[in-house]
Ligand binder design. Structure first.
Ligand code: ADP
Ligand code: MG
Length: 253
């Protein structure tokens, strides 16, 4: 099966710091790939190269086989890459449904229409998306009233409005309670499977990683030191030594 995202030998330095060194991996349709590693390992830098925020010093980024290395984030988004939870995408004064309608409008190529036109745009489609993320009942509420976990669900619906083939999620559950984390990632996993959506995510909670990742890649000081199915990675001595602290299944600092 051809990869949705493939990075080939990407590297990035900041001054004297080599943040990412010759990293390669691929994500298949419908696959949940977790990227783990200690703080400073180069995870966010890798995400930023995949999403167009940073241009690699070396190597290539391929989306569905097409070379997208160094293209602008807006163009990466247009090609079907969703990026959730990094920036708060929601507008607090708008209703939950209107936020999704704005995203649908933008996907339809009408981003510069005034807000007024979003209110009438594709309401059924917006409700269907909200239903998928478990926010059907909250559609008419103002976003400012949502609980934190529900804001995350809304951000997911907003990302899905663009019909992405790849979702990049850098620490999507940061700031959430453990139960909410598991629930959010279970939702993402079920949507990924249903839509054949490829997902690359980072997560510090190893319970969440091992519950929902189909495969893992492990970064340490900018280098990809291991990759494979969760059981293989968990058993890898290199991973245990640098990351899992010799047998622990939680942590990540
Ligand atoms: P992670 O997301 O795994 O915690 P990062 O990709 O954020 O790691 O950082 C990797 C390394 O690159 C760290 O040493 C970090 O300090 C450095 N770094 C990241 N972004 C920048 C930047 N914009 N300028 C300078 N150094 C950076
Ligand atoms: Mg990071």
């Amino acid at each position: 099966m051809s990869a949705v995202l493939a990075v080939e030998g990407i590297s990035k330095s900041f001054g004297g710091v080599q943040a990412v060194r010759n990293v390669s991996f691929a994500v298949a349709p419908g696959e949940m790939l977790a990227m783990i590693g200690p703080n400073g390992a180069g995870k966010s830098t890798t995400f930023n190269m995949a999403g167009g925020q940073l241009r690699p010093d070396r190597g290539r980024v391929l989306l569905g086989g097409r070379d997208i290395t160094g293209i602008a984030p807006r163009d990466v988004w247009r090609l079907g890459v969703g990026r959730t939870f990094q920036i708060t995408a929601t507008f607090a004064s708008m209703t939950v449904a209107e936020n999704v309608q704005m995203a649908l409008l933008s996907h339809a190529g009408r981003a510069f229409d005034p807000l007024g036109s979003a209110r009438g745009f594709a309401p059924d489609r917006a409700l269907a998306l909200l239903g998928q993320v478990g926010l059907g009942e909250q559609a008419a509420r103002s976003c400012g009233e949502l609980a934190y976990g529900d804001v995350k669900r809304l951000e997911l619906a907003v990302a899905l409005a663009n019909e992405p083939r790849l979702l990049l999620m850098d620490e999507p559950t940061a700031g959430m309670a453990p139960r909410e984390r598991i629930a959010l990632m279970a939702l993402v996993a079920s949507i990924a499977r249903e839509r054949r959506l490829a997902v690359l995510f980072t997560e510090h909670d190893m319970d969440v990683v091992f519950a929902h990742a189909d495969r893992l890649v492990v970064l340490d000081r900018g280098v990809l030191i291991a990759g494979g199915r969760p059981a293989e990675v968990r058993a890898d001595p290199k991973v245990r030594a640098v990351y899992l602290g010799g047998g622990a299944t939680s942590g990540g600092h």
